[in-house]
Design a protein around this ligand. Structure first.
Ligand code: GUN
Length: 289
């Protein structure tokens, strides 16, 4: 039976570290770091993530503000808001929650964020620094996964890391992070057009599922002793729950945990780590000034 990688416990360690660093910063006479979150529209999952981010900042002494706009806001207005936030010296980090309504060009909005405030690590300059291996902001979900592996003393050097999913938020930045000097994994990225995906997945020492499909990774795709990281957060209708749904990952947990050496649960796995890295990035943004 696999050992559970507890994202709640590990993220609490990081949050405690950030809290301590913020406290030292404030005692030295500097102001607390400040994050502004922009939420556009009424996507319930986005609203829930944003609430979690605001709560987490408050708990570590980081200031935050959530600007909420109607889905009908124009792209021009959004770009003007970003410009204002870029020029506000009291704001260290800017996070525009994705996805955006269809009439707003996501790339244009991301490109408008000042790289020095890009705590999501989505701006092309931030992504470039990541690919080259320069110091900079860490992409939240990928860095959260690496923190999990390292804090559980799971070796990565020379290990075959198979990532299922090629998104700009998880798959692509995680591939770059796992390749970085010091982490040193051998990386394969699979996606919807990959041939023989189960066969490739079975070769993974570290298998990361970030494809956004409930129970996509079945037990037969997991090598005996593999480390399984489940990034999926899928809402499945469930009348027995008060809110009418439950969350499941991209991995068939029951089956995979019989073969894996370590596995992350959903919820309580990668999700909380993502927020912890966002806090690290916001502190970094403030300290870099
Ligand atoms: N939507 C889903 N994940 C993320 C994230 O990490 N950052 C932002 N801004 N939006 C998201």
């Amino acid at each position: 039976m696999a050992q559970l990688i507890d994202g709640k416990v590990l993220s609490a360690q990081i949050r405690e570290e950030v809290k301590e660093a913020v406290s030292i910063r404030v005692k030295a006479g500097k102001r607390a770091p400040f994050l502004t979150v922009v939420l556009i529209g009424e996507d319930p999952a986005s609203a829930s993530y944003v609430k979690g981010k605001a709560k987490a900042t408050a708990e570590v002494g980081i200031g935050s503000d959530t600007l909420v706009y109607d889905a009908s806001i124009s792209e021009k207005e959004v770009l003007e808001i970003i410009e204002r936030l870029n020029n506000d010296p009291d704001i260290d980090g800017i996070l525009v929650q994705l996805p955006l309504p269809a009439h707003i060009d996501e790339r244009k909005v991301i490109n408008a964020i000042a790289p020095a405030k890009d705590v999501d690590c989505f701006h092309p300059e931030s992504v470039g620094n990541l690919v080259i291996g320069n110091d900079g902001f860490q992409p939240a979900t990928p860095a959260g996964i690496v923190e999990m592996l390292q804090r559980c003393n799971i070796p990565t050097a020379g290990k075959h890391c198979v990532i299922i999913g090629r998104s700009n938020i998880v798959g692509k930045p995680l591939a770059n992070l796992m390749l970085k000097k010091g982490i040193d994994a051998t990386v394969t990225v699979c996606h919807s057009r990959t041939k023989n995906l189960p066969e490739i997945a079975r070769q993974a020492d570290i298998l990361v599922a970030a494809i956004g499909r409930a129970n996509f990774v079945t037990g037969d795709m997991v090598k005996e002793g593999a480390v399984v990281i489940d990034v999926g957060i899928n809402r499945i209708d469930d009348a027995s729950r008060e809110r009418g749904y439950r969350l499941v990952g991209d991995v068939d947990f029951e089956a995979a945990s019989k073969k894996a050496s370590h596995i992350t649960p959903v919820p309580g796995g990668v999700g909380p780590m993502t927020i912890a890295v966002l806090l690290q990035n916001t502190l970094k943004a403030a300290d870099q000034k």
